[in-house]
Structures are given as C-alpha cells and as structure tokens.
Ligand binder design. Sequence first.
Ligand code: ADP
Length: 241
Amino acid sequence: MGRVKLLREDGLRHDGRKPDELRPIRMQVGVLNKASGSALVEYGATKVLAAVHGPREIPQKHLLLPNRAILRCRYHMLTFSTHERKSPAPSRREIELSKVIREALEPVVMAEVFPRTAIDIFIEVINADGGTRTASVTAASLALADAGIPMRDLVVGVAVGKVDGVLVLDIDEVEDMYGEADMPVAVAPSLGLVTLLQLNGVLTREEFDEALKLALKGAQVIYNIARETLKSRYLGVKVEE
Ligand code: ADP
C-alpha cells in the first residue's frame, strides 16, 4: 500500500486540524428513559452511547461481593458502525476493550457504597472513526454520574498519535491506521490519576513525555465539557470556567 500523507504542506492535518486540536466534541446525558443513567458522546464522527443499569441485585448471587458493588462493562460495536459490516458476535478486541474500559472507571466509582450489588455499563459504538475506547470511557463515566452513582471524579479519555513524525491530539481512524503510533489515555483530572494508558507503535522517551502532556491538555478540555454537560442538565445553569 502506498504511503498516506497525513500532514499537509501547511502543517495542518488531513482534516484541517492543528496538531494539538481536538475534533468537535459533543455530549448529552440522560438520553434514555429506561436505563438508570445514559450518555451520548461524539468525538468528530465517532459516536458512542453508554447506558448504566444499577446498582441492583442480580440472580447470579455468587458473583456479588459482601463489601462493594461489582462493576461490569460491555463494549460493543454496532454492525453498521464500521465501513465493513461488523459481526454482531463479540470479538477479541471488544472483550479486551470491555476490560480496559472497566479498569479505567473502577478507581473513581465508590463501589463500597453499594455492597452486594452489580453496576452494569453497556456501551454501543454507533459510528466508529477512531478513538472509540476513549470516547467510551467518557460516555460511561457520564452515564455513571447520570445514574447518581457516587464517584471520586469523572474519567475522560483521549488518544494521542504520531503522524509523519509529529505528535497529534485526538486521532481519527485514518491517523490511527496510517500513523506511526497511537496512545489512548484516560484521566481523572481532579484526582491527578491516569487510569488507562496503552501504546501501539514506537515513541522515544521524549516523545512519550510530550504525548502524555498533550493527552492531559486534551483531557482537561474534554473534562470541562463533561462537567458543564452534567451541571447544565442538573442545575439548569451554564457554568463559567
Ligand atoms: P479505538 O476505536 O479505541 O481507536 P482501535 O485502535 O482498535 O480502537 O481502532 C481504531 C479504529 O479502527 C476504530 O475507531 C474504528 O474506526 C476502526 N475499527 C476498529 N475495529 C474495526 C472493525 N472490526 N471493523 C472496521 N473498523 C474497525
């Protein structure tokens, strides 16, 4: 396959963004009336729906814990979310992502408040254009907050990549496919915690430090939007940052 040019002559990316620019981010909470909590999150064309059920008792009592709630997560891509029809059966990738998304959320959920219950998070990728795991973390965190589950912080996700030798924020599918590296990160900004960090490809030590800085900067912007989304729904006021 021929090399795909990801940076233009003017230094902008293939979609016209600057290296440190996010895609347009949109968020809504409380979009479903049957789930305990829900959120719809878009990073550019990537669109993810998260729904939370619980905390609740479940028939499989042997799974429950005496001192805290168990958190379960299912990440799933809808058949029409990709350019090729995606098989509805769970793939290895979806099983892995379900686990890493759950682990990204566990440090902030105050599971000890609800012993002997289960909190289920269902994530449906409606349209995939890169960064679905990071948009899923953000959506799930908002859905948990919308369900009224006490949390120590919100967790938000964003991926940094390296394209044509340059570090870029919030990569899309083309940059993910043809770039040299891709590093999804999830952060609980107020706690100063990184709860997910994966790296696909190769970065030098200096590039890694720079990439993490870029991710934290992007995460802070996404975090502010997430907080504003929750506040404007529940307080009916617009928050001035
Ligand atoms: P992420 O969505 O978190 O970036 P990947 O790096 O595995 O996860 O995938 C990058 C992108 O590749 C996805 O966002 C999606 O646009 C595309 N993709 C992933 N899996 C599939 C698939 N099974 N079929 C078609 N496209 C896919």
